[in-house]
Design a protein around this ligand. Structure first.
Ligand SMILES: [Fe+2]
Length: 185
């Protein structure tokens, strides 16, 4: 057996399949650990009108995302893998940049956070699709997370939405341009 394959995995999966699923889950572990830290960073750095509403909206999201992180890590272990939860490994392996705003207004942070959630949810949906055939228990776990992540994304977007239903961040590709668009609206 190759050294990178687990010694055991869940019944009905081969060790190779267990390793494949665990590798997909590791990317989601990094992504959601990053999201939980980013949400706290925004919680601390948001200023201006509607401060308390945004500040207090974010803590339940942090709590929920931390529970998702724990469930993902424990699923990796259940599959016979070793979850990697250290910050150095996260930074080394991630494919995205650090959140780009420091102290900024509620509108700017919400505009940037809209883009953060787009990235996290897009990758989470892809991971759910990629595990659909391999392991429907992992697929179910990820789909369960998406119910909450997409609800939280709507909470953010509802602040950026006009009465006509248009998003102020529509067409913005980066956090900074989304922040500018949200501020200007
Ligand atoms: Fe706090």
């Amino acid at each position: 057996m190759a050294p990178d394959l687990p010694q055991y995995t869940v019944p009905s999966l081969t060790p190779k399949e267990g390793a494949q699923v665990a590798a997909i889950l590791q990317t989601r572990l990094d992504s959601l650990n990053d999201l939980a830290l980013t949400l706290k960073h925004i919680h601390w750095n948001v200023v201006g009108p509607h401060f308390i509403a945004v500040h207090e909206m974010l803590d339940p999201q942090v709590d929920a995302v931390r529970l998702m992180v724990d469930a993902i890590a424990e699923r990796i272990a259940t599959l016979g893998g070793a979850p990697i939860g250290t910050p150095g490994a996260l930074v080394k392996n991630r494919t995205w940049d650090d959140y780009s705003l420091g102290r900024a207004s509620t509108a700017e942070h919400l505009g940037a956070l809209d883009k953060v959630y787009v990235g996290v949810i897009t990758a989470h949906r892809q991971a759910a699709t990629d595990t659909e055939e391999l392991d429907d228990v992992t697929n179910d776990l990820l789909v369960g997370h998406l119910h909450e992540l997409e609800l939280f994304h709507w909470f953010v977007r509802a602040h950026l939405e006009s009465a006509g239903g248009a998003l102020s961040t529509a067409g913005s590709q980066t956090e900074k341009s989304a922040a500018r668009a949200a501020k200007a609206s």
